[in-house]
Design a protein around this ligand. Structure first.
Ligand code: NA7
Length: 532
């Protein structure tokens, strides 16, 4: 163990929020950013499986803090693929000389709060020991991989890959029998590309997802020019919208439209080349069952038209939860892929996966012979990344124990008993319900303001209280009651993982309300915080 290195702020994670935290804070403080990967980009560093692509237009899903960066950078496609997003993260790290603050291939293993000195001790996998006043956990909502604990993994003679840990050099599927478990947005993006190479592809599906064509296309010069002329205004408008993204909002409810109008609106949305437009066909898709059913049925009809085998088409139609209850997926030929002779859909809802075997996978029904298994099984989302670090707060209390029944937080920013530790996109923030780069910048600016106040006033500690956490919980519950998210099992409520407790972990009241409540707390004399 090396000697403790003093610093002011330790940032955990070099994804987009972590990189911006370095940029924002390094002027005034000594800043170190610790990153487990050997490169920057977070989500877009780890998720390098073929087909990985953002579902928000890149002109929106990019930084707004620097005018020249926004003017000079060009996105080749409307919805960028992983290689371009990773290239952008590296460009930002170089252009703004952030690398001197970075420690790559360094996993934070333990955080311990010295309550007498009001300092955090940070320990890493490399044996480093830092001592700092503030921690910024920019650890990501979707960063801790989830692999269900099926037995027999060590027996399997072939290769197993999780989509979040994809080898940089890629995988050659030529002539291979491949099994892919998982049909969320990751599985849906990946499968059509694997199908083009593999001898045989088995898709193991537990729950079908709703998906629509991504509409990705090369960036048109006029679209790029229009955005570059209006970036400042657009970014301000984005922060005033529910999901911090500019979408075409509907004017009519489902019942306001005739059957013919409904069909036309739905067809237009399907071919709109704008992800999520299907959720915005009527004003009441997320709140009125008949409106929601109409959109679901429209997607079922599309699936039945595209997929030739009726039994496969039926299995692909989601019928157990409302559309929008889980994040809508976008795809490039996912449903069409099932018309290939080398693709088989396996229903592991009726016959669950039981174990890995020497030669493949066994379900409750039969064994599948495979050379390669891909687990596209998602994430221990929202809390997973922090839960995997030993975090000891006041009186040595562990965060994992505090959150055993689910995360309790104030404004998604702090958790009581763990002073001077701030989370970006933490539990019960809008997280993936809002465009994460722009809202991440907003949260980092907000945290920077709090730290500046602490320092200006000569204070050494800021914490929150259980009462403030209870108030925030009520707010999170209250806004979630009005939406269909409650009726779907997903990573939003931890129900994607057997036995995970936590309740509803995303704030679905919209980014403007979240920002307004966060700002009001500070403006009203740091309401809900304890400062000393
Ligand atoms: P998701 O959306 O959580 O999808 C994971 C998939 O893996 C989903 O189809 C799961 O089925 C499946 N899964 C998980 N556990 C099992 C078990 N035990 N057996 C069978 N199948 C299983 O993760 P993604 O990576 O696709 O996307 C995450 C987010 O990234 C997405 O929301 C976007 O915001 C971007 P299930 O549906 O749970 O039945």
């Amino acid at each position: 163990m090396s000697a403790a290195q003093p610093t002011d702020i330790v940032i955990i994670g070099a994804g987009f929020s972590g990189l911006y935290s370095i940029y924002r804070l390094r002027q005034d403080y000594r800043v170190i950013c610790l990153e487990a990967g050997d490169g920057v980009g977070g989500t877009w560093y780890w998720n390098r499986y073929p087909g990985a692509r953002v579902d928000i237009k890149s002109v929106e899903y990019s930084y707004g803090f620097d005018h020249d960066l926004a003017q000079e950078w060009s996105w080749p496609e409307v919805f960028s693929g992983q290689p371009d997003l990773e290239r952008y993260a590296n460009h930002v790290a170089d252009r703004f000389e952030l690398r001197q603050h970075l420690r790559l291939s360094t996993t934070v293993t333990r955080l311990h709060f010295d309550q007498d000195a009001n300092r955090w001790h940070v320990y890493t996998s490399k044996g480093d020991h830092f001592v700092c006043k503030y921690i910024i956990a920019a650890t990501g909502a979707l960063s801790a991989p989830n692999t269900p604990p099926w037995p027999g993994r060590e027996k399997f003679k072939g290769e197993i890959y999780h989509t979040t840990e994809w080898p940089r050099e890629g995988i050659d599927f030529t002539g291979k029998r491949v099994g892919q478990i998982g049909t969320g947005s990751t599985g849906i993006q990946l499968a059509p590309i694997v199908a083009e190479q593999a001898q045989q592809l088995y898709i193991f599906q537990r729950t079908p997802a709703f998906s629509m064509p991504s509409g990705n296309r090369p960036m048109a010069p006029e679209l790029e020019r229009d955005w570059k002329e209006n970036y400042a205004d657009r970014r301000r408008q984005m922060l005033e919208t529910y999901g911090a993204s500019l979408t075409v909002l509907p004017k009519l409810s489902h019942d306001d439209c005739s059957p013919e109008e409904r069909q036309r609106i739905l067809e237009d949305a399907w071919s709109s080349q704008s992800a999520f437009q299907l959720m915005l066909v009527f004003t009441d898709v997320m709140t009125n069952k008949s409106a929601n059913d109409a959109v679901s049925k429209f997607v079922h009809q599309k699936i039945r038209e595209i997929v030739k085998d009726p039994a496969t088409a039926e299995l692909l139609c989601p019928k157990t939860y409302p559309i929008g209850g889980k994040r809508l997926c976008i795809d490039n030929g996912y449903y069409q892929m099932y018309n290939r002779d080398n693709v088989t859909l396996v229903d592991v809802n009726s016959a669950p996966i039981i174990a890995f075997t020497e030669d493949g996978l066994r379900t409750a029904e039969r064994e599948y012979q495979l050379d390669i298994i891909i687990t596209a099984t998602g994430f221990d989302a929202v809390t997973g990344a922090l839960a995997r670090i030993v975090i000891e707060g006041i009186d040595g209390k562990k965060l994992a124990d505090k959150w055993a029944e689910g995360p309790t937080v104030y404004l998604g920013l702090m958790t009581a008993g763990f002073p001077n530790l701030f989370m970006v996109h933490g539990p019960k923030t809008p997280a993936a319900q809002a465009q994460m780069i722009t809202t991440g910048e907003w949260q980092v600016d907000y945290i920077a303001g709090i730290i500046a106040d602490q320092e200006r006033e000569g204070l050494s500690r800021i914490d929150t209280t259980e009462a403030a956490e209870a108030w925030w919980d009520e707010e999170v519950e209250m806004v979630s009651r009005a939406t269909v998210h409650r009726f779907a099992d997903s990573w939003y409520n931890g129900k994607n993982i057997d036995g995970k407790k936590g309740g509803f972990m995303i704030y679905v009241g919209g980014f403007p309300r979240f920002a307004q409540l966060s700002k009001a707390a500070v403006a009203e004399g740091y309401k809900g915080f304890v400062r000393s």
